[in-house]
Design a protein around this ligand. Structure first.
Ligand code: 5GP
Ligand code: ZN
Length: 116
């Protein structure tokens, strides 16, 4: 638990979130500013700043996080039509919250992967 981390505070129950999936090690909740009909953030409960740091510190947990993304996508009914999983890392990506999170997006055709 990192006191000044927004997503650690969601894990701790100090800030409300609409949780759609939870395991011992992961939590998934709806993004507050959805960019698609389905936009869920999937996080490890343990604090790691980004996916590179997570992969270096705990590769097994990185795999567990990906499995949670797949479970969320299935639970949200996205398996048949497909979906996108995004990890932002650092300044050029526009990462705003420095607790690693996967964006699971779907529910409509998502268009180009990156805008020009
Ligand atoms: P990033 O840009 O760091 O990859 O994504 C951060 C995401 O967190 C954004 O999509 C933003 O809408 C979402 N977000 C920011 N604050 C909150 C919050 O308090 N609750 C929830 N559920 N999502 C948040
Ligand atoms: Zn955190």
């Amino acid at each position: 638990m990192t006191n000044d981390c927004l997503f650690c505070r969601i894990v701790a129950g100090e800030i409300p979130a609409t949780v759609v999936h939870e395991t011992d090690e992961t939590l998934a909740f709806r993004d507050i500013g959805p960019k698609a009909p389905v936009h869920v953030l999937v996080i490890p409960k343990a604090h790691h700043a980004d996916v590179a740091e997570l992969a270096a510190a705990d590769p097994a947990l990185a795999g567990t996080l990906l499995a949670a993304c797949a479970a969320v996508a299935a639970g949200e009914g996205l398996k048949e039509d497909g979906y996108r999983v995004i990890f932002n890392v650092g300044a050029h990506s526009g990462q705003e919250v420095f607790h690693v999170h996967a964006h699971v997006l779907g529910g409509r055709p998502l268009g180009p992967m990156v805008s020009a």
